[in-house]
Design a protein around this ligand. Structure first.
Ligand code: HEC
Ligand code: HEC
Ligand code: HEC
Ligand code: HEC
Ligand code: HEC
Ligand code: HEC
Length: 418
């Protein structure tokens, strides 16, 4: 009996030992130090996040646990460097996931070193070990409205309503007083009562008095004046312009909940004048699979001439007519790359919290005063920009304050006007 038990125990122990050693030998190549993890995080966010999440399926599989799922670590290294080659080689696992993900191509990262890929795996592993975050969209930061309190447009409506109610109450009171007076005058009254009833301060005498007329005229005139002035100032200004778009595309979902980088879609921002509205090809990177059945997504298919049933292109295209929101007049020149790439300004500084907007609206005034105001206030981003080194030195030797955009010609008419 005793001997049997002992041999069972030995068996179990050897199995446990075998399993643990095999697991550790499996993952022993993945680094665990903080430096590798943070390097991996940057690489993952910059290059993998548009298609992968750690714990969630997106375009590609959730990467958590991949080191145990894939045939080996060296398999993963080869795959990331060249997925197409791995699939073409007839590799069983590669073809299995490729088919599982509707034959969508993962980008090849040919220039990655093993260390870089291992650092990504290190990051994935450390993220996978963390407890689950609350589901996307529930985050108060994402769902919260910008600013608190009652928006001024509501405030105006509420005030207007209150004034209207007051006037109505006055009119009704006046009518009641008149009716009562008529009724009382039909009766016999004592002299004292008659004096009260027929007092000179009747409703109509007050409303006809010069004081009252002056007050009302003054109020009406000043409200009218303010409206006209506001109207004049806002000619051509489209702040808060928020047209309905042909497809119910949500920045809150894509840029907020799914954290897709602005530059993934607005491909021009780092390179040139225009930020660009993405072509349907970019949407198709994901939507060949995601939400095929949605009528909104089918509008993308119609635009690009794609038949999801046969996964083929019909050649019949009909461009999506996005309504343009931000639009400077032709006389003004604005360049995105200059501000985003060279200046290092965040999109949100000018466009507001786009990642919280279900429907995009124009957040800033986009007037000349708005441009100039920022050029007066903002310091030039001279960090890591050899072009500015000399200028900055010159500037600092002449003036005490830091170099602002106005100091490099940001107020010259010809810089902004053709
Ligand atoms: C354009 C989208 C895209 C990008 C970008 C991308 N992947 Fe993938 N990845 C996929 C898809 C899709 C699959 C599933 C296989 C297939 O269809 O080719 C996949 C599969 C994988 C797998 C195998 C997963 C498993 O469950 O076995 C790994 C590992 C992987 N990707 C790592 C990466 C890493 C690391 C990066 C960034 C350096 C990256 N991927 C960037 C789309 C992408
Ligand atoms: C998945 C693709 C995608 C991502 C990611 C994305 N956008 Fe957009 N963006 C679009 C599309 C499509 C439109 C046009 C439809 C609309 O206005 O909603 C647009 C419109 C805009 C507009 C208004 C353009 C106009 O007509 O004047 C701004 C500004 C903008 N995006 C900024 C951003 C910023 C900032 C981010 C990152 C926080 C971002 N976008 C992320 C696809 C994207
Ligand atoms: C990087 C991947 C990705 C890209 C690129 C992308 N989307 Fe999406 N989109 C998603 C995900 C993920 C969802 C949410 C699916 C869900 O709710 O299950 C989604 C949802 C949507 C929905 C809501 C569908 C519905 O009925 O709920 C619309 C509309 C949409 N996308 C339009 C677009 C358009 C237009 C583009 C191109 C400008 C685009 N998407 C680009 C990933 C992407
Ligand atoms: C310094 C302010 C500023 C910053 C920063 C900025 N934008 Fe813009 N954006 C503008 C102005 C001004 C326009 C209108 C341009 C025009 O009509 O020529 C515009 C227009 C756009 C448009 C409409 C299409 C186009 O190309 O004109 C998109 C999309 C857009 N911006 C996206 C972005 C994204 C994404 C970022 C961040 C990567 C960004 N912007 C950063 C000021 C800014
Ligand atoms: C949020 C602040 C901000 C706003 C708003 C802004 N700019 Fe700028 N702008 C900058 C900064 C910072 C630079 C300097 C970038 C650099 O280092 O070259 C710059 C540079 C420029 C330059 C190049 C100046 C030079 O001498 O090289 C032009 C032209 C320009 N902006 C035009 C505009 C126009 C037009 C608008 C309004 C539609 C505008 N900017 C709105 C911050 C802003
Ligand atoms: C930083 C960029 C910038 C600079 C510098 C600048 N402007 Fe402008 N200007 C603009 C923009 C943007 C508009 C369009 C504003 C609008 O539509 O409200 C504009 C509009 C104008 C208009 C047309 C006004 C209208 O209501 O249509 C005139 C005239 C003008 N600018 C003259 C000048 C002169 C003169 C200078 C030099 C002293 C100058 N601007 C410098 C950006 C600039």
């Amino acid at each position: 009996m005793m001997k049997d038990r002992l041999s069972d125990l030995v068996k179990i122990l050897t199995i446990v030992l075998f399993v643990t050693t095999s697991i550790t030998s499996f993952s022993q190549e993945i680094p665990t130090d903080a430096a590798a993890i943070s390097a991996g995080e940057a690489l993952f966010n910059g290059n993998c996040k548009s298609c992968h999440r750690v714990k969630q399926k997106l375009v590609g599989p959730a990467l958590a646990g991949v080191e145990g799922r894939a045939p080996s670590i060296s398999w993963i290294l080869e795959w990331v460097k060249n997925p197409a080659k791995k699939i073409a080689s007839g590799d069983e696992y590669a073809n299995k996931i490729y088919n599982e993900y509707n034959k969508s191509q993962m980008t090849a990262f040919t220039s990655y070193t093993d260390a870089q890929i291992l650092s990504i795996l290190a990051y994935v592993k450390s993220e996978a070990a963390k407890p689950d975050a609350p589901p996307p969209g529930k985050d108060p930061q994402v769902t919260g409205e910008t600013g608190s309190g009652v928006p001024s447009s509501y405030m105006n409506t509420i005030l207007g309503g209150m004034i209207l109610i007051l006037v109505l109450m006055l009119v009704i009171l006046g009518l009641i007083v008149n009716a009562l007076k008529r009724f009382l005058n039909q009766k016999e009254l004592t002299a004292e009562d008659a004096e009260v009833v027929n007092s000179p301060y009747t409703f109509s005498s007050v409303t006809r008095s010069t004081g009252f007329i002056f007050l009302v005229t003054f109020l009406v005139a000043s409200i009218g004046f303010k409206t006209v002035i506001d109207g004049l100032y806002s000619i051509g200004v489209q702040q808060d312009y928020q047209p309905k778009q042909p497809i119910a595309f949500s920045h809150k979902l894509h840029a907020g909940s799914y954290e897709i980088n602005c530059k993934y879609c607005h491909t021009g921002v780092m390179k040139g004048k225009q930020a660009n509205i993405p072509s349907p090809n970019i949407c198709m990177n994901c939507h060949t699979q995601i939400k095929q059945e949605s009528p909104e997504i089918q509008k993308i298919y119609a635009a690009i001439g794609y038949d999801p049933k046969t996964a083929s292109y019909t050649g019949k295209q009909k461009p999506i007519e996005w309504v343009r929101i931000h639009n400077l007049p032709d006389l003004a020149y604005f360049n995105h790359a200059q501000h985003v790439n060279v200046g290092g300004i965040e999109c949100q500084t000018c466009h507001g919290p786009i990642q919280e907007m279900e429907v995009v609206k124009q957040y800033s005034l986009l007037t000349m005063g708005w441009c100039i105001d920022c050029h007066r206030k903002t310091e030039v981003n001279t960090k890591d920009n050899a072009y500015y080194d000399k200028l900055n030195e010159l500037h600092l030797s002449a003036k005490k304050s830091k170099m602002k955009v106005e100091d490099i010609g940001g107020l010259e008419c010809a810089k902004c006007h053709y």
